[in-house]
Write a protein that binds this ligand. Structure first.
Ligand SMILES: CC(C)(COP(=O)(O)OP(=O)(O)OC[C@H]1O[C@@H](n2cnc3c(N)ncnc32)[C@H](O)[C@@H]1OP(=O)(O)O)[C@@H](O)C(=O)NCCC(=O)NCCS
Length: 147
């Protein structure tokens, strides 16, 4: 696939984006979040990358007395990966969080999800702890300081 860096078209998600987000969710995860869960969990920050259509999204929430934000989900449609879309979503998140004076972003990634680990490393996240799992699919806690 052609690796064209797309212009940054990241905006807050609207209700009408949910169908496309769920489609990407199903293509990206073995257990996809459904409409009701998506609505429940995306109350704080829910961004979509809108090219010709919605092709990526990021959901995050702020906690720990508004010092830390957590990325709950990020995914890009398989046909649009490696074009910088997830990077654009994280850049927009950082912009929003800096305005809120939040200084740190964290995320938990499973070991089996190598593209995600490589993506977060490229974005500047560092692994701060590893939580062993019986399945051997260890969980990595990764952090990015933005303050
Ligand atoms: C992880 C994911 C969100 C990355 O999205 P993306 O838009 O393709 O990422 P970007 O194009 O912004 O990638 C930026 C950098 O991350 C790294 N990267 C991303 N995907 C990679 C892959 N499959 N293999 C190796 N490195 C990768 C590269 O360094 C890349 O830079 P480059 O293309 O110049 O080499 C996407 O692969 C995805 O949706 N995966 C399925 C869902 C998932 O696992 N989400 C994370 C857990 S919540």
């Amino acid at each position: 696939m052609e690796n064209i860096r797309q212009p940054m078209i990241v905006r807050v998600a609207k209700q009408e984006d949910y169908a496309k987000v769920i489609e990407i969710e199903k293509l990206s995860f073995p257990t996809a979040w459904d409409y009701d869960f998506l609505e429940k969990i995306s109350k704080d920050i829910f961004l979509v990358f809108n090219g010709q259509e919605v092709c990526g999204y990021l959901i995050a929430g702020c906690c720990h007395e508004n010092i830390v934000a957590t990325i709950l989900k990020i995914a890009v449609h398989p046909e649009h990966r490696r074009k910088g879309i997830a990077t654009n979503l994280v850049h927009k998140l950082v912009e929003i969080l800096k305005d809120r004076k939040i200084t740190e972003i964290d995320v938990i990634v499973i070991d089996g999800c190598k593209p995600a680990i490589l993506f977060y490393k490229k974005a500047g996240f560092k692994t701060v702890s590893t939580i062993p799992q019986a399945s051997n699919d260890d969980l990595h806690e990764m952090k990015l300081t933005i303050g």
